[in-house]
Design a protein around this ligand. Structure first.
Ligand SMILES: Nc1ncnc2c1ncn2[C@@H]1O[C@H](COP(=O)(O)OP(=O)(O)OP(=O)(O)O)[C@@H](O)[C@H]1O
Length: 459
């Protein structure tokens, strides 16, 4: 470890964080932190409140992990201690003590940033937009070490927009594999951090050990390859590492914000390797999945002291945060934070205030269902009147009508009976229609994309 002085270590981490976080976030979350002490490889950091600890641990694990990696402190663990509460010894200290009693500590088999503790497959909530990626992740874990399956999942290439769970799935695969075989050498590598490490190695004119270090792993988790575009030398090194690992039958998982063929500036030979196995995308979660994610989140041990969050607050959050899951979780944490600041239980009122604080906007007026129906009719090129007429049973109308019902439920959470009234139909017919759209979305990625695009355009 480069330094044992808590202030020096914290300064290095702060510097890394200041480069990654917007100024306001840095001021709000990082500036009030104080380094306390370093013990057994753990830097204790004091945070002003339980809510601030929750925010940092839930919302900023990647930023902290990157700051540690970039400061050459990847092995340092962080523990956040709430000011004024009794300090508890970190778990790692007691583990080390146990090892010392029974001989030297074994080499750690994997190097995930420890702040990714929550990223396991069982904590990943599967929705229609993530079904394929999740099934592939499970299959990689379940089929590891078994005779070759007909479908190659090596590499598994997962792509999708920001904050949709790519890193979570990838780390979940690594942990799942380690559960099957704790001796596996699993390495998590973010392209930007690899670039920094390589720059140092190039300056020292000694890149060979670095290449060897990565080539000796059993599983490589390569995160965020979309940044490879302008990194000529990094591409070359990564190519040699992938080539070696693939030739030796080692598992590779890759994430990116776009599919391999759209990675600009990436060499064809690298793209070819990326496309060799299975490519799976992750789409933003639908309303039901967003609610399920929020509920799953509240089961986390970090949330055990949080007062119950009423259902209407969860619905509000799920309606307002439609894009990334990171934003969804951030919004939930902000509501809890805001409630604890003013000393009241989380409520719809607090959620509205938190939303304004986050977006700087007034909460938007609810979308009128007519707007949803008209836009659906327009998209499917049918007339609004035909869409709403009960008697029209032509096939060309049935599908748009089912989609309109699905969207009314998804966007406005309208009760089934209210949707039914607009179409002069019984609520059970509406429920069946919505189920049939969901089923088709699961089966038909093209249809899924079309409905999702329509949904996004209505907001
Ligand atoms: N389906 C899901 N179920 C549970 N949690 C999820 C899900 N999707 C994302 N998350 C959570 O959302 C947060 C962001 O996820 P993650 O960092 O994996 O996104 P990402 O796609 O890698 O984003 P980026 O491209 O910005 O790195 C994490 O806290 C993760 O646990």
């Amino acid at each position: 470890m480069p330094s044992a002085d808590p202030t020096t270590l914290w300064d290095t981490i702060r510097q890394g964080l200041s480069k990654q976080l917007p100024e306001a976030s840095f001021r709000e979350w990082v500036a009030p932190c104080e380094p306390l002490r370093v013990k057994d490889g753990v830097l204790w950091i004091q945070v002003p409140s339980a809510a601030a600890k929750l925010w940092i641990e839930q919302q900023l694990p990647e930023e902290f992990s990157d700051a540690l990696a970039q400061g050459g402190l990847a092995d340092l663990r962080l523990e956040f201690h709430v000011n004024g509460t009794p300090a508890v010894l970190p778990k790692v200290a007691s583990k080390k003590a146990a090892h010392t009693a029974s001989g030297p500590a074994p080499e750690p088999p994997a190097s995930f940033p420890h702040l990714f503790n929550r990223y396991t497959l069982d904590r990943f909530v599967v929705g229609p937009g993530s079904q394929l990626a999740f099934a592939a992740a499970k299959a990689v874990v379940d089929s590891y070490g078994k005779a070759a399956t007909p479908l190659s999942m090596n590499p598994l290439f997962i792509y999708g927009g920001a904050g949709l769970g790519k890193t979570h799935l990838m780390v979940g695969i690594g942990k799942g594999l380690l559960e099957r075989d704790p001796k596996l050498r699993v390495v998590y590598l973010k392209v930007d951090n690899f670039f920094n490490e390589l720059t140092v190695a190039i300056r020292a004119k000694n890149t060979e050990p670095m290449r060897k270090k990565y080539q000796q792993n059993d599983v490589l988790l390569l995160d965020d390859v979309q940044t490879l575009g302008k990194m000529e030398r990094t591409q070359e090194e990564i190519f040699h590492i992938l080539e070696h690992l693939l030739q030796h039958g080692k598992q590779i998982v890759i994430t990116s914000d776009k599919p391999p063929q759209r990675l600009e500036g990436c060499h064809e030979r690298l793209i070819t390797r990326f496309k060799w196995g299975l490519t799976a995308d992750i789409q933003p979660p639908d309303f039901e999945t967003r609610i399920a994610i929020l509920k799953k989140k509240l089961e986390d041990v970090d949330f055990r002291h949080v007062p119950p969050i009423p259902e209407d607050v969860l619905t509000f959050i799920a309606h307002k945060a439609k894009g990334s899951v990171r934003d969804l979780e951030g919004f939930l944490t902000r509501v809890i934070f805001q409630a604890s600041l003013i000393g009241v239980p989380p409520s719809l009122e607090v959620a509205h205030a938190a939303f304004q604080g986050q977006s700087g906007e007034e909460p938007t007026a609810p979308i009128h269902p007519d707007r949803i129906y008209r836009m659906t009719a327009e998209t499917f090129n049918v007339s609004f009147v035909d869409l709403m007429k009960k008697r029209s049973r032509q096939q060309a109308i049935l599908l748009p009508r089912q989609v309109a019902m699905y969207l009314a439920r998804e966007i406005s959470s309208l009760p089934f009976a209210d949707i039914g009234r607009s179409f002069n139909m019984h609520h059970s017919t509406v429920m069946n229609a919505i189920d049939s759209v969901r089923d088709r979305m699961k089966r038909d990625p093209e249809f899924h994309r079309m409905v999702q695009a329509l949904l996004n355009s209505i907001h």
